[in-house]
Design a protein around this ligand. Sequence first.
Ligand code: GRF
Length: 212
Amino acid sequence: MVPPAMSSSPPLPIAVLVSGTGTNLQALIDKVHGREAEIVAVGSSQPGVPALRRAELAGVSTAVFARSEYEDRAARDAAIADWLLQRGARLVVLAGYMELLSDVFLQRFPQAVINVHPSLLPAFPGLHAIEQALDYGVKVFGVTVHFVDSGVDTGPVISQRAVELQGATDADAVLQALHPIEHELLAEAVRSFAAGTLRIDPENPRRVLAAG
Ligand code: GRF
């Protein structure tokens, strides 16, 4: 029997930035690492977080870039970019990274930084998105994966999925419902980027083309 065709492209070197628990990082380790992508670096804004342990267990290089160690945010971001580029990263995934990235960073990775956010953007950007949605009284929650620009969760949308949760009152319960969606959409975005099928439309920079 003829074996199934194997993809000839080598895995895309990617980096992941984290600040906390790291379930999205874990999803990338489980779903795409060593396949379509190779996670070559995990950077954290916080020391001692579970996400760092997940990276170490997967044999991925880690580093902590605490804001207090640098003169300002731009200096910290330049140091992160230097490290990720030295490690060969071609895509940077923000997976629960609780810091804004300055332009000095974004210019080093043009159109190659993506983020996962637990709301249907442009609703409820920024911190505490689920709490914002609960306070507003929405019945439909959701997840957005988007390219990162210099605004707060304002970059072009790559993918979104809604989930109806009538009567939700508990942020943790909503997060538990959203997490599997986040993990799936983020892994899918990385696969598409690695395949070269994901890019921003030069004619309309708000629109992401995801050619098959
Ligand atoms: C996720 O809900 C993500 O949408 C938000 O931060 C959370 C990170 O969770 N940006 P985890 O650290 O990946 O578990």
